[in-house]
Design a protein. Structure first.
Length: 95
């Protein structure tokens, strides 16, 4: 799980709701699922001719990715926020 994903999960309060005996394992699975959902949400809103570059920048942990996304998907923050909110509600419904 990426450090950024851990921060996002911490901010949702989901990790605090996990059973102590399986917290680490569940947190990792939840983090992986969230990362996949965030990438899918972003790439579905990226112009087709920019998807490969975005994926490459993600793979390289490009420090300018945020700025690049702002240029090609002006509402990327809103998309990410909505994806996290939807995911949080989904997971809370399972806990």
């Amino acid at each position: 799980m990426l450090p950024q994903t851990k921060k996002i999960l911490d901010s949702t309060g989901l990790l605090e709701k996990l059973p102590a005996e399986s917290k680490d394992k569940l947190a990792e699975k939840i983090g992986e699922t969230l990362e996949k959902k965030l990438v899918a949400a972003l790439t579905s809103n990226v112009p087709a001719d920019k998807v490969a570059e975005v994926e490459q920048r993600m793979d390289q942990n490009d420090s300018n990715l945020e700025q690049y996304l702002a240029e090609i998907v002006p509402n990327h923050q809103e998309i990410l926020r909505q994806t996290v909110d939807d995911f949080t509600q989904e997971v809370e419904g399972l806990l």
